[in-house]
Design a protein around this ligand. Sequence first.
Ligand code: SF4
Length: 688
Amino acid sequence: LGTRSSALTRTRTTCGYCGVGCALDVLTRDGEVTAVKPAHDGPVNRGHACVKGRFAHGFLRSPERLTRPLLRRGSRLEPVDWPEALDHVARGMRAAIAEAGPDTVAAISSARATNEENYLIQKFMRTVIGTNNVDNCSRLCHSPSAAGLTAAFGLSGGTDSFDDAEHADCLLVVGANPIEAHPVVGARLLQHVLRGARLVVADPRRVGLAEHADVHLRARPGTNVALFNGLAHVLLDEGLADLDFLRRRATGLAELTALLEDYPPGRVSEITGVPVPDLVAAARLYGRAERPAIIYGLGVTEHLHGTDGVRTLSNLAILRGAVGTGRGYGVNPLRGQNNVQGASDMGALPDLLPGYAAVGDPAARARAERVWGVPVPRTAGLRIPEMFAAARAGDLRVLWVVGEDVCATDPDTNLVVAALEACPLVVCQELFLSETARHADVVLPAASWLEKDGTFVNFDRRFQRVRPALSPPGQARTDFAIVQALAATLGADLGCPTPAAALAECGRVAPVFGGISHQRLDQEGALAWPCPDAGRPGTGKLYLDRFATADGLAHLAALPYLPPGESPDGDYPFILVTGRRWAHYNSGSMTRRTGNLRLDPADRIDVNPADAARHAVRDGDPVTVESRHGRATLNARITDETAPGQLFCAFHFPASRVNALTSGHADTVTSCPEYKVTAVRLSPGGPP
Ligand code: SF4
């Protein structure tokens, strides 16, 4: 007769891969996922999902999942029970604090983790350890968006609900490849273009959307600020600016007008390589549109002057009066990871408390102290690159890395590894024995997004529920449970017994989230912040009355073009740009352990056919790529998607060591690495 299997269970949750935030129905039976279905009533995905969210769940039952804590004994990581692992971590933290002070302990929180987990981690660091040394991987992707959008408009998030993008009559998509990296957004944008919207794509690569663009601006990597200043010059020169809006709601026009004298199309063309007619045509399309939209990605932020890029791109929307007016779809970043917006919203940042309140602001500290009952440290903590530098200098005693494979994803891998090796106690919370976990002293087995309760915030500021479809395997625990247990081992009580209680408490520390609760989300599906009280529906489109800056005005920025950290030369004649491919996700720790591996089995490096011919490289051949920082060997993919003189590759496979190539150059404002411009050379063949 066989064994009768249990009933099918359907769990509504939010995708744990990219920042689009697709609502998914996960079907499980007998503790196994049988199918993942995109939710037809999902507010962002409306019945769609991509190859990652829909099919990449096989990693859950991978035999490589970590199921017990591991403790380093000599050169080996050996299984131990939770009390022994937590005691070891707690002893190390206590000793570091006693001998050298709380600022010798640091934590890298996780964009993969829920809001509630991020809230708890930053609260642990601030109230139990007594330091602001907590950061998250938005440092490496959209920290320039946070700084740039806050300076221009007042809040650290996109200016509109994505629904508004489908009312735009002209889309300006900059430094983003949504067809591969945010596929559901890419599909919705493409559908909108096929319905008649005009499209300008600004990207050095011939990305998927560029096939459908009216104008494709292929500016040289690292020249965004010149490009955006050039577009602004044409807007003003041709009378396409909204002078009434500028008079009433913006500031900085005189300074910007003076600066733009230096950015006529001819000079901008020399800097960027964009032909003058294309530049002018793009400016006219955007400038003459009734409802223009700006959507951008990491091609704007991951630069030495990434924040300047966000500011000068924002200038275009301000000049057109296309932000905060109900007309147009202002300036909207496509956030990379599932909860990178939320990790920052929750205050997992060294200078900002939950809700982006500065740690240097006595009133903000006092509000948090009233809720937490202990003093909040006053001085900003270390950013991620500063943590690594401090470790290499012997100034960091404990580094706690939650759900990030920094050895695979952070730039200049050799320096990251040197930091981990120099730090006396490295604690890593992970699903798998990642490259980073291999360097850890303690490895704590964590739960995945399909095994957790909480919320994520997607790219257009929507809180959505995350619900467990399965239990974690073996002794693996949620990050929420691990932080609680570590606090208890140190004799502290973080409060917040449940994720729902943590979000409720966060709303008291950060009133901007005060109206958002698990209960409301269970009833209403999604709520965009700001949402200060339970009687309000959340805010999709921002700034309709006033901007959130101190003076209530949008701020134009007069910023000159400055060259990138590295430029091609005789020794390193190519520019390497890194990014993502459609089947995999970031370090690939999950997607490589699924059927998606068959779709894309290895990292490849894109080489333009002209460069390939000159170097006698054929499709599939191994090539060696060298920068001033390191060397990697990959197989070539010959394609004119990449311009002559440029190379492109992803970093989904640790074995390819792509980030051994990337440099330590970083945004001068936020320390976001310049992943988009590394000078390299190429030679056929692998290592000798
Ligand atoms: Fe998940 Fe992003 Fe794909 Fe949606 S588009 S299913 S959020 S990876």
